[in-house]
Design a protein around this ligand. Sequence first.
Ligand SMILES: O=C([O-])CC(=O)C(=O)O
Ligand SMILES: [Mg+2]
Length: 623
Amino acid sequence: MLSLNRGSSLLRGAAARTVVVRCGSGRRGEGKGRGVAMESTHEEVEALMDPKNTVGGGVEDTYGEDRATEDQLVTPWTVSVASGYWLLRDPRHNKGLAFTEKERDAHYLRGLLPPVVASQELQEKKLMHNLRQYKLPLQRYMAMMDLQERNERLFYKLLIDNVEELLPVVYTPTVGEACQKYGSIFRHPQGLYISLKEKGKILEVLRNWPERSIQVIVVTDGERILGLGDLGCQGMGIPVGKLSLYTALGGLRPSACLPITIDVGTNNEQLLNDEFYIGLRQRRATGQEYADLLHEFMRAVKQNYGEKILIQFEDFANHNAFDLLAKYSKTHLVFNDDIQGTASVVLAGVVAALKLVGGTLAEHTYLFLGAGEAGTGIAELIALEMSRQTNAPIEECRKKIWLVDSKGLIVSSRKESLQHFKKPWAHEHEPIKNLLGAVQVIKPTILIGTSGVGRTFTKDVVEAMASFNEKPIILALSNPTSQSECTAEEAYTWSKGRAIFASGSPFDPVEYEGKTFVPGQANNAYIFPGFGLGLVISGAIRVHDDLLLAASEALAQQVTQENFDKGLIYPPFTNIRKISAKIASNVAAKAYELGLASRLPRPENLVKYAESCMYTPLYRSYR
Ligand SMILES: O=C([O-])CC(=O)C(=O)O
Ligand SMILES: [Mg+2]
């Protein structure tokens, strides 16, 4: 809905025209507080009851302008039509050499481009050629980020058409190195930075972001970036990368995605002493100060974007990750990718692997190295699914699953000193100090690495797994590649070609005794884009474990006989958009079934509907 132009905008002669101002649009319909029970805070209810408020319940006030009282400050939002020179510098609309003759006339581009008119395909070909010239992955990353800032559709066209080749560039593992060096390679800011300096002003900061209709936020506080640890404010590469995947793999519009980094300081001495560090130069705020900033953020997000904004927590340290998820899953549409997304993808891989090794979930024995977010998250989802399949109480199912942390096997005698998220895994057993000892005694059929520490699945460990398993399932999930518990080559050679192996970061196929083994990539990238799409298209207002199981089931079903024949327990990323549509549809169906969906009526064919909602990167024609 558009209203009168009451803003001003820079007019560059005839070359720019301001056409439209959006302010205080009042879209009726899918408003807040309708249909499904939702918790509002005391203040939010009071604000709605305030007679000075001009907008009541049920009417969307995305800009907060109608709701603002006369003494409150609002932002006069303007949306202008770019043309001429500025059109070439607007990444959302720029097409570079692909502007047609007609468009060059109509949009004041004559003379600003060389005479040739190129197709998007030719642009793509040229850019792929250029990218392949770079020797270093980081150079490719920087070239891709520059493209994203220059010509967004072309960036997504490249990423979608060349997903297997470019995923490791814009995402894991290269994004890890990019975060480590973010200060040095920083050119244009991406995403929104909310630091302790913005305390008390977070709502205003959100309103500085140019897009209004945000559907997904990926937020980090940078404390546990992949397996690389505390990278502070430089963790921004992660939400940026994850959201590129939301668009490329899941089809969400780029304009609906908002990457956010919350900067409460860093305890990384190297960064604190780095002259190019881009964040707050102080040690991390903790306790109440941390909780207050996060609370202000969570409230501001809901106030600014409404009930259905999806917030994905990413790469928080364990203690905060579990606390934030527990606290906000009751009032917000949130999920933690490292706990829940990873769990869903690994469960899918395990279920698929059982087709190769036989047996049910309950007939296997699981041993994890690492008892943090990923380890306990995966363990819990496997136990939940086992419990669903067998009708056994979940407490019983947990007993099939063992976890080793830095102090050894988690056993009941350690219970008192364990962090709360490890306690459910403290089973009766003699203490065992290390992984190899635990492998030899527990004799797992499935070994899962979520430790964040590289090269911990040693030759002894893998050989032990292979000594009592015909086909040991070995998942080395820590990222990036340097932190992987073992390499694909190690898993295949040490197990004499018998391991079923997948890893969080990608590995190339391995030749062993004349046979080629293709490792799968057990990375949450398979799940979160489709999962998020499913939540968005159904208008879900809360995440539920059953939605994670639905996503996992949909992914496992996508593994074909041809994939199995190669030893793969995940489908290749090449078809990821189709896979995401299936995941989205399964998640949405479950959301409708559970009464968590607010977008009514339910579309009949959810797969088709999910596909029809997906962003396509082809250029649009301008009038
Ligand atoms: O980003 C990735 O590749 C997977 C992930 O969430 C992590 O390792 O934290
Ligand atoms: Mg993560």
